[in-house]
Design a binder for this molecule. Structure first.
Ligand code: UDX
Length: 439
């Protein structure tokens, strides 16, 4: 099938590459000429495992191309995806100006008698589909089209496998013709398809992300009780998670959730519920618990090191989670900046995110020394703080790490290391929601 995707950001680009991989002809449209030039030159603006090969392979096979022209995209496609950003506004509600503009632009290029399915893939508040439809109709009375909601559930860091093998595909549609086309489009993925009305599909995305955030805050609240009582949150999570109705996923305690989805989507869902007159105070508590994780963790560091001013602290990890270069809304970055604000001498290492953290002014390279290796970061350090659970950190030679540190003290914000091993290696080890261990 022929399709175009308007917006070549995270979701747009990875979806485009995956649709091409299963044999469709895909045009990725973006209004940022620099990005289009880059992609046309074979350069990928984001780091996502497997994406570069996928893009190169499908460009070479002539199934994937890039343009800045919506007209070009819409003319050559049966299905037109919208995958533009829906950033948060100061009150937490979703800024829909990009969606509205794209809807008008699509209206401007739809040709009479040429049916198109317009699919919203961006995360949007419930009832946005109705507004997109009304907007296109207002700006083009003769257009023949249907609007479908098709939320995307990919995770950064495993976006390609998530897209190629999704748990489910949600198609929100009130038109049989559009539903049939969408089913054909997704047929090669061999995944369960759930067809709903447009409003329900839109709601599924916010409800799913908020539920996952709720699971994380739940286990973090349990972790606090574990710390106060001497229990071990990992064992508790295993015990809870073995119940199939609950499941072990997303029950990892730590310094809280971050990234460009969970914080934004929980806030948005709270705002949506409020606007609809059905306040969702449970989610406000989810946010409150999450916001509390980092201060609690820093308290623990302070308990050991007392005054943080002038203390040499190494931080491993800057991205909001492993296997991505994304440092937006990263708790690791907040942690670094809070330590710096207290006068600590911070050295930091991240396998992929350090460059962007500096480029985007998220950390001040005059105040944080970024190192080229994890070992360099810990040289002479009075404490090591693990903020992101990259595999590279689990695979470090910890004997060597201990030997170059000033004091063998480790705060593990993601419970990556095994307490017994740490004790045997001679570390004082302070995880989250588990008893501290001493050599
Ligand atoms: C999330 C959703 O998982 C995905 O379905 C949606 O499409 C976009 O939002 P993403 O933000 O890429 O994906 O990352 P995810 O792996 O879900 O992690 C989000 C945050 O939660 C990270 O900061 C991670 O460290 C944290 N997290 C996750 C925990 O603290 N504990 C857990 O058990 C799981």
């Amino acid at each position: 099938m022929d399709l175009c995707i308007i917006g070549s950001g995270y979701v747009g680009l990875v979806s485009g590459a995956c649709f091409a991989e299963v044999g469709h002809h895909v045009i990725c449209v973006d209004n940022d000429q620099r990005k289009v030039d880059m992609l046309q030159a074979g350069k990928i603006p984001i780091y996502e495992p497997g994406l570069e090969e996928l893009v190169h392979r499908n460009v070479a096979a002539k199934r994937l191309r890039f343009t800045n022209s919506i007209q070009d995209g819409v003319d050559h496609s049966q299905v037109v995806f919208i995958a533009v950003p829906t950033p948060p506004q100061t009150d937490g509600s979703v800024d829909l100006t990009y969606i509205e503009r794209v809807a008008r632009e699509i209206a401007g290029v739809l040709r009479k008698g040429e049916y198109r399915v317009v699919v919203d893939k961006s995360t949007v508040p419930v009832k946005t589909g109705e507004k997109v439809e009304a907007t296109i109709k207002r700006y083009n009375r003769e257009a023949s089209f249907d609007v479908v909601s098709n939320p995307e559930f990919l995770r950064e860091g495993c976006a390609v496998p998530d897209l190629m093998k999704p748990d489910r595909i949600v198609i929100g549609s009130s038109s049989q013709q559009a539903t049939d086309l969408m089913k054909r489009l997704y047929e090669p993925f061999k995944a369960p398809i759930l067809v709903t009305d447009v409003n329900s599909a839109e709601l599924i995305k916010h409800a799913a992300n908020s539920f996952l955030s709720l699971k994380i805050s739940y286990i973090n609240a349990v972790a606090a009780i574990c710390e106060a009582s001497g229990a071990d949150v990992e064992m508790v999570a295993d015990g809870i998670g073995m119940d199939k109705r609950i499941g072990r996923n997303f029950l990892n305690a730590g310094i809280g959730y971050g990234g460009s989805c969970f914080p934004k989507d929980v806030k948005a869902f709270i705002a949506i519920a409020r606007q609809l007159g059905t306040p969702f105070s449970l989610l406000e508590e989810v946010e409150r618990i999450n916001a509390h994780q980092l201060p609690r963790f820093i308290d623990k560091i302070r308990e050991s090191l007392w005054v943080l001013k002038d203390k040499k602290i190494a931080v491993w990890g800057m991205t909001f989670k492993p296997d991505t270069d994304d440092v937006r809304n990263s708790v690791a970055i907040d942690l670094i900046n809070k330590l710096v604000a207290e006068g600590a001498q911070v050295t930091a290492y991240d396998p992929k995110g350090a460059e962007k953290a500096v480029e985007w002014n998220l950390v001040d390279p005059k105040k944080v020394r970024i190192t080229a290796t994890p070992l360099e970061a810990v040289e002479g350090a009075e404490a090591l703080v693990l903020a992101t659970e990259w595999k590279e950190f689990a695979n470090q030679d910890l004997e060597k790490v201990r030997s170059v540190m000033h004091t063998p003290l480790v705060f593990d914000g993601r419970n990556l290391f095994d307490p017994d091993t740490m004790r045997q290696l001679g570390f004082t080890y302070c995880p989250v929601g588990r008893p501290n261990v001493k050599p």
